[in-house]
Design a protein around this ligand. Structure first.
Ligand code: MN
Length: 488
């Protein structure tokens, strides 16, 4: 660090993290109001939370000198001044201005209307999140392992990069985790708790959940998190009765703001990210709509379609290490999406595999035609899983197969894909009402001891079964459909 561009900064210690991995060194985060900055620095020196300190800092190299630390004010004094210091720093992000700009945005009227009704919530939750981030609280971001969840993580990552470039120096404690499954369960919570240990600070540690978790199975972790960490929860799934997460201060779901599940999780997280940073991620947002088969999806947006296909492909792999040389993080994905050669090659590969597997499904599947032209196609997914081990999850596969059948001139279709203890069902929109598949599933629950659970939407749902009863459940399901005059 050269002497000549060094300035002296005064600030308040807002976070202390001790870690064995640092060889006895302690990481401190310091909030300065002038210049507005959050600095993380490592030293062996022992200091107290809220102590006021002076240190030398080089704006050009964005480095602080750990040798220069000097205590100049007591923790009592620092604590009394801390609130105005952090508010002054956050003030520079001009979240209010971002929200105003978003209000004027009218490129997607249907979606903008929902965004508008969420704006003040996005602003207040965003402010809490970014306060914790800049004050050095450890953060875990968990994003769902699909195109929708990963677009949300990318949007948030890009926002934090921009804010970090302007207002933060030194390492942040943030971990990005691709999350399998739809529950924020106790395993995940314990895992996060370990990451949060050895930390003391002005704010609680923070978990950000993107695009999953709205189920009563998350309730134990929601309860356990109370007082231990704050949760910013960005999800768009239907809220079941008794789900405790919806009571959390920073639970945001467009369903509660005159929207529906078609306002996707990734779209929501990117909008949240825009509120705190002003960074727009239009094609990434659009990709989330395509990935989640939202009614707002614009399939003519070729760039977004490419992103969605590639992200769906990579996040659905059982073993992505065969394709990538690093873990799936938003940093990695951002780099990949901007590398057009790599992007194009994965895109065409993903399309080829999908086309092959759809062809295979049609070839080996069983078709039940009916006079009306509506057909039922039953496909055993295990053959496809054998061949393309690791790619294509059965649920996503049934969506693709269904849309392929619909496009090839059918008058309507019911696609049934079976795999292990799972049956995935897709039904064409115009016949879904008459079939009332959710009612059929309820019937099957009573009729067969092999049905464990089931549910979803009228056009897309699944049944969890005990695999030894697959044949029985499938036959009962077909019988119900035949009784409605389909496939017989
Ligand atoms: Mn989603």
């Amino acid at each position: 660090m050269s002497e000549k561009d060094t300035i002296h900064i005064e600030g308040i210690i807002s976070a202390i993290a001790e870690s064995q991995g640092r060889g006895g060194r302690i990481k401190y985060t310091i909030i300065s109001s002038n210049p507005p900055l959050s600095i993380s620095i490592e030293t062996e020196e022992k200091m107290q939370l809220y102590s006021i300190i002076r240190l030398s800092y080089s704006p050009s190299s964005r480095e602080a000198s750990s040798k220069s630390l000097e205590k100049i004010g007591s923790p009592e004094k620092g604590k009394a001044e801390f609130n105005s210091a952090i508010k002054s720093l956050i003030g520079h992000l001009s979240i209010e201005k971002n929200l105003e700009a978003m209000k004027l945005e009218k490129s997607r009227p249907d979606l903008d209307r929902i965004t508008d009704s969420m704006l003040s919530k996005l602003g207040s939750s965003g402010e809490e999140f970014i306060e914790a981030y800049l004050a050095g609280a450890p953060i875990v971001v968990r994003f769902h392992n699909d195109g929708d969840g990963s677009t949300g993580a990318i949007g948030l990552y890009n926002a934090l990069q921009k804010i970090g470039e302007e207002y933060a120096a030194g390492d942040r404690s943030i971990r990005w985790t691709m999350h399998k499954g739809v529950t924020y369960d106790m395993d995940a919570f314990y895992n996060d708790s370990i990451y949060f240990s050895n930390y003391a600070g002005a704010f609680l540690p923070h978990v950000c959940i993107i695009d999953f978790g709205t189920t009563i199975d998350s309730n134990p972790a929601v309860k356990a998190s109370s007082g231990k960490c704050s949760i910013t929860w960005l999800d768009h799934h239907p809220i079941p009765e008794g789900f405790l997460g919806k009571e959390l201060e920073n639970y945001i779901n467009p369903i509660n703001y005159s929207g529906s599940a078609d306002y996707t999780g990734g779209y929501l997280a990117c909008t949240f990210a825009e509120a705190i940073s002003g960074v727009k991620s239009d094609n990434i947002k659009e990709a989330s709509l395509i990935s989640d088969v939202s009614k707002y999806a614009d399939l003519n947006n070729k760039e977004a379609l490419k992103y969605a296909t590639v992200l769906d492909f990579l996040t659905g792999l059982k073993d992505y290490t065969r394709y990538l040389d690093g873990p799936i993080t938003p940093k990695y994905l951002t780099k990949l999406l901007s590398d057009s050669e790599k992007l194009n090659s994965i895109y065409s590969y993903a399309n080829d595999i999908m086309a092959d597997s759809v062809e295979m499904g049609l070839k080996y599947g069983k078709e039940y035609a009916s006079d009306s032209g509506v057909s039922i196609n039953v496909v055993d997914f295990s053959k496809i899983a054998d061949k393309y081990s690791g790619y294509v999850l059965p649920g996503r596969y049934s969506s693709r197969l269904q849309s392929h059948i619909e496009k090839s001139g059918s008058k309507g279709s019911i696609t049934i894909v079976t795999f292990n203890n799972y049956i995935s069902i897709r039904i064409s929109k115009h016949i879904a009402e008459g079939i009332d598949i959710l009612n059929i599933i309820e019937k099957l629950k009573n009729e067969s001891e092999f049905v464990e659970s089931g549910g979803g939407h009228k056009e897309a749902c699944s049944i969890k079964i005990y695999s030894e009863g697959r044949k029985e459940v499938l036959n009962l399901l077909l019988k119900e459909l035949h009784a409605k005059g389909i496939g017989k």
